[in-house]
Every structure is written in C-alpha cells, then in structure tokens.
Design a binder for this molecule. Structure first.
Ligand SMILES: *Cc1c(COP(=O)(O)O)cnc(C)c1O
Length: 369
C-alpha cells in the first residue's frame, strides 16, 4: 500500500556513519538531518527522535500536561495521536472529523470548549496528508489561549496557504515510520519556531542529563533520540521528498480521473487552501450502492494481491478510549468519522506502482460497479 522507496543516497550516509564509527543516538547525520528538515519546512528548530509518537509525547511534556488535564485531539486518526496524552495521565477529549477535509471539525472543537474551557493543548492531525482547516482551528485556539500541536506525521510536505503543515502550531511533529512518505525505518521529529523548545526536547530525550561531569538528573528523562545510522537514511530520503510527493499526487489523480464516471465513488477530499502530499489515496462508497469497502478490499487482495486498509477506526470507537468524551461534528450526535470509517478504504498508494498495476487496480474496482 505504501512501502519504503530507497534511492541510494541513504546508503551513502549510512556508510559514512559506519566509516566514522558514529553508531550512536547522536552524531553528524542527526545534526544535519535536523538542520535539513528545518531548512526544508521552515519550522525554525528541530529535534530528531526515535518516533513520531515520542515527538507528541515530548510536546505534551513541554506543556506540562498532568493528571486530569484535558487535551483536545482529532478523533479520526491513528492511536499514536492520542496515546501520549494518557502517558502523562491527561484526559483525551475526542473531536470529530468534518466532511470537507476529514480533519478536525472546527464547529465540534468550539462546542467542546463550552464544557472544557481550559484544555492544556489541541492536537490536530492532517489526515492522509490533507491539511486541516488551520485558519479556523488556529483562531479558536488563539481565542482561548490554547497551544496547538500539529500531528503532521502523515503530512510532511503538505502546505496550507503556502506554508508547510507542522509549522503552524506552537509545536509540530513528523513521523518517519516505514509506511510514511519518507522513512528512516522508524523515527520522528519534533519541530518548533522556539529554539528553547527544541533544545529542551533534545535534553529530555537524552535522559535529561544535567550539565555536569558526573551523571546528575534533576528531571525524569527519556531515551528517545534518533540514531545517527537511521538519520543517515532520513537525509537521503529528504532529498527525494518532492519527487515522492509528485508521484503520490499522480496516483491520487489517476484514481480520481478513473473513478470520475462512477457516482458511487468519492475520493478523499483535498483542502482548496492547501496542497496535500497525498500520502494515501482513499475513497468512500455511497451507502446504498450495494458495494462495501470489504468487498473492494477482498477483491483487490484475491485478484491482484494488492494491499488495502480500512480507514483509521475513530478513537471514540476504540475499546481503550471508550470512556473518553467525544464531540461529534453535528449537534444531533451523528459522527462524520464513523461514517467515513464505515464507507471508506485506503487504496494502494505505493509510488513504485507501475501504470499497468494502477490500471489493473482501477479496472478491478470498476468491475464491481
Ligand atoms: C504514524 C503516525 C503517528 C506515529 O508516528 P510513529 O513514528 O509511528 O510513532 C502519529 N500520528 C499519526 C496520525 C500517524 O499516522
């Protein structure tokens, strides 16, 4: 569906790490990767970490989320957006998606403030690479003085009004997990315009070691730094991010054009105010057309051995978050995320797919309608 694509430069940077014996969670590749990410996104400052999840955790640590603190978080997402809130004993309050972007619903967010006027943070996800309605979300956050954390794990390279996602909030995070648009096999990055924030994260992520000759600790730390070996993979991958983005966009356009004449199929939405990285191409199917996502996924698997996935199962439907408060997009209680989950699926979106494979996928899906 979205497997790693390596180009060769990755291996050269890794070889350099071996040649210089920088096989450690620090070193020249780590420093350079941080600088290159900061230059690319314009985020200001970056701290390379072992995962995107760790980066969200560190953002919440900087905001000092503690027992009983409420954090508003996108409901239609991967569990990693939400888990770090619980690591800090905070209380996730789940905000529904809205239909135009599948991202956080500004109107649901507004209503959540009526019950919880003082959340510690808002975590907004740019799902499948489509930028959220950042103007509206930032206006609401600013009106209440709430810091925004952008979970841009899926949206590295996506822009909103010409600026990269991940750089709008107080803090932003990216993921380099194996399935993401670029990968380090596993890894993540914390970003912020505030130099102090990135420094503090680097400090906490290297066991919070005080500046002393001996090992002295005044705070609880973490072993969350990115290794110099994997940072080498990241440096090579970043050189090809624009190319990956162009190929992902071509895949999305291929599907969009191919399914345009089937009224029961809708592609995942784009944000007119932004430019998505099209990390995954997704579709929803009309409820009454007789075809289900399961039928499409089974057929692509059986006929082509092509991998697909359901849409992320919303957090409010997860057994582990069943007790969390949930704010639907519509006041009457209908959940947009639940509807997208029920009618949607993620299509094969690997940039190594050939035109022939794309055509086979399209024809196989069309054959069902
Ligand atoms: C992948 C992902 C994460 C977590 O990133 P890891 O690097 O796998 O820890 C967080 N949020 C979202 C929305 C993701 O898709």
């Amino acid at each position: 569906m979205s497997s790693p694509t390596m180009h060769g430069e990755e291996q050269a940077f890794v070889q350099e790490a071996f040649d210089t014996n920088w096989i450690a969670p620090l070193g020249p590749n780590v420093n350079a990767f941080e600088k290159e990410m900061a230059d690319y996104t314009g985020c200001g400052h970056a701290a390379a970490l072992s995962s995107g999840t760790a980066a969200i955790h560190m953002a919440l640590r900087l905001l000092e989320v503690k027992q009983g603190d409420v954090v508003f978080v996108s409901d239609l997402t991967f569990s990693a957006s939400c888990n770090p809130i619980v690591y800090e004993n905070g209380t996730p309050v789940l905000i529904d998606a809205e239909p135009d972007t599948w991202d956080m619903s500004p109107q649901a967010l507004k209503r959540a403030y009526e019950k919880y006027p003082n959340p510690k943070a808002v975590i907004c996800v740019h799902l499948y690479g489509t930028p959220a309605k950042l103007d509206e979300i930032m206006e609401i956050c600013q009106a209440h003085g709430t810091p925004l954390i952008e979970d841009a794990a899926e949206s590295l390279g996506s822009t909103y009004r010409g600026k990269y996602t991940g750089t709008f909030g107080k803090y932003g995070i990216y993921s380099f997990n194996g399935n993401k648009i670029i990968t380090t096999s596993g890894g993540g990055m914390f970003v912020s315009a505030e130099e102090e924030a990135a420094k503090k994260v680097t400090f906490l992520a290297t066991q919070a070691r005080d500046p002393a000759r001996y090992y002295q600790h005044s705070q609880i730390g973490y072993n969350y730094r990115m290794s110099n070996v994997t940072a080498g993979i990241g440096r090579g991958q970043l050189m090809h991010l624009e190319e990956h983005k162009a190929k992902k966009k071509a895949i999305y356009e291929y599907y969009r054009k191919a399914f345009a004449d089937i009224p029961a199929i809708q592609m995942n939405p784009m944000n007119a105010d932004g430019d998505a990285n099209n990390w995954l191409s997704c579709m929803t199917i009309s409820a009454d057309c007789g075809i289900t996502p399961d039928m499409i996924m089974d057929t692509l698997d059986e006929k082509l051995n092509a991998e697909t996935r359901p849409i992320w199962k919303p957090m409010h439907m997860q057994p582990v978050f069943a007790n969390c408060d949930f704010w639907p997009h519509d006041k009457d209680g209908k959940s947009v995320g639940e509807d997208i989950f029920a009618r949607g699926l993620c299509l094969p979106s690997d940039i190594k797919n050939t035109d022939e494979e794309m055509e086979q996928i399209v024809q196989t899906v069309k054959g069902l309608f």
